[in-house]
Structure formats: structure tokens, C-alpha cells
Design a protein around this ligand. Sequence first.
Ligand code: 0PR
Length: 358
Amino acid sequence: MRGQPQDFDRVLSSMCTEPHPAAREAAERFLATNPGDPATYQSVADLETEVVEMLGDVVGVADPSGYVASGGTEANIQAVRMARNRAVTQTPNVVVPESAHFSFKKAADVLGVELRVTSLEDDYTADVGAVERFCDEDTVLVVGVAGSTEYGRVDPIPELAAVGHEYGALVHVDAAWGGFVLPFTDHDWSFADASIDTMTIDPHKMGQAAIPAGGLLARDAELFDALAVDTPYLESASQATLTGTRSGAGVASAHAALRALWPDGYREASQRAQANAEWLADALAAAGLNVVDPELPLVAASVTDEAFEALREREWRLSRTSDGELRVVCMPHVTREMLESFVADVESVTATVARGGR
Ligand code: 0PR
């Protein structure tokens, strides 16, 4: 049997999307390349250098250092690893808001650092006072999220950066999902808005590149020295990535997507996604659901377990927040038509649930 991927026409939960046609084509063309060995696979290594430069344009930093990682998880692990390796303390801790992605738990586990998880404000953003209370002389990294996984919230990045630096820690911003939307908003999230040290921004999410294409950027090249290991038998002498052999397809597709879409294509996609999210939020509120205001194109709304299960049975690919709200991520493949049909199903299942399932 020949396997078939799913269609995207009922996918509302994913933070990935259909790659841009140019990104798809580039991924296929570069399948047999390995940017992990730049001296051998030089053309893909050159594309990676250009991707990092273009990502710098997106996040407001000239001449950043970085690379195309396997995803946001690797980028976040590497940011923690950088901070841990540079620090002198034997008991390092990393302070993250409760909204931080679970990849920081993996990072803390594999790297042996203590993860200090701080509570949020009522609007689901990081509580700067709580972060400050959790910092001490062993804090090596303070993390802010720009586009949180559950509610699409943007933390007060300049304030978090000030706290982190006061304690001599590095400051990392996780913009894995939000990074290609935020340039078209008035949030303070980028390297230009605050003196942050590192950032995660994933082309394989809102960037419309093929999987795997995550991004790790650092303001200073020197930060990567803390990650470098010698690679005696490769032509290049050292490696700062976490994985060895890497996907040239991801790199080439990130390059093609950025070339095709930055800035106008991403602006249009962001505006369309935001308009869809606001439309959906209004429609769900009109249907009687409690809706969390979509600051970025991600809508959360409370539903009963029965209604959620009934929507899943109608083949909607939906996920839930830890508080049980349904989550709709308005990715580029999510059209107004899909949302209209989804809202009609929400109305019908909530009416059925209200009638006691009849
Ligand atoms: N940082 C943030 C803010 C994220 O939202 C995510 C992923 C990551 C880091 C980790 O990125 P990678 O998954 O690339 O390593 N957030 C979603 C999640 O894990 C990603 C996702 C993607 C979910 C596709 C569903 C899906 O179909 O929940």
C-alpha cells in the first residue's frame, strides 16, 4: 500500500502548515544534502548562511549567528545549553513562565539544570515580578515567549530582558510560532525592541517551510562557542549544532520560503490569519462559548468534553489547552470557508449536547 498524508482541510490544531510551493520544490531538490558537513555540501551551507541573514531581517538584528535546527525543541534545548555551558555555577537554574513550551522541560532534563516555572498574569503573559522573585545568582537563563503555544500570548520581553541581565543571566525569546507574525504587529518582542541574547524562530511553522526547519539565532557569534565540539575527521573543524547529519531539505525550503514571502507574503498571510481568528472568536462568542481574545491568530474557547469529542468525531483535528478549552490555530491553510463549516458544527454539537445528546 502506498501511504497518503492527511488533507489539511480539517486541521485546526497544527502549528505547521502546507509548505509554500517554492519551499516544497526546494525541499525535494535538496533531499540528498547535509548542512552538518558544510565543507562537503557547500551549496546548502551557503543557503543556510543566507537563511540566517534573512531571519535576522525578520527579527530585527543585523548579522546574527545561527543555524537551521530540526525544530523549536532543538533550538530551545541549545539556548539552554549555551547558557549552562557559559556559566560558572555548579547548580544552574533557568527561569521560564508557565506558558513556556514543554521543550524546556526536555532541555532541563537532558542538561541537568533546574527549571523554575513562574506563574502568569491573568492575561496569560509572564508575570515579571514572579520571574524576578525566582531569579538568583545561579540563574543562567531567563526565557520569554513571543507567541505562546496555548493562547498565542506575547510576554513583556524588554522587562524580562532587564530582569535577566540584572542577574547576569542570558535572555532567550521563544518566537518559534510567533516569529513570522509578530513583525506585522506593534508588540515589543524582537532583538530590535530589547537586548535579548538568543531567539527561537521556526520556518516550519508560520514561515511556511517544509519540516524540519527550526531556527536558532544569537546576537553574538561568541555565544555559539559554548556549544562547539571538535570534529576531527570532518573537513570543517568544529560543530555547534545538536544533531550531526541534518536536513538540507529543511534548509533549502526555509531559504525558498523566505525568498518568496519576506516581507509582503508573510504580511498578507499574517493579516489574513488574524482576520480569520477575529472572525472565529466573534462567531464562537455568538454561539455562546467563552472565548479568549486572539491577540495573535490563535483562538481558545471553552467547550464541554462532550462537545469537544463530538467535534473530533466530525473529524475536526482539534486540540485543547491544559484548562480544557479548544484551540484553533489559524495557520495559512485555514480558510474562512473551513471556519464557517467548523462554526456550523460547533453550533450543531452544542445544541445537541444542550438537548442531552438527542
Ligand atoms: N516553542 C513553541 C512556542 C512552540 O509552540 C513549539 C511547538 C515549540 C517551541 C517546539 O517546536 P517543535 O515542535 O518544532 O520542536 N508547538 C506545537 C506543539 O508542540 C507544535 C505543533 C506542531 C503541534 C504541529 C501540533 C502540530 O501538528 O504543541
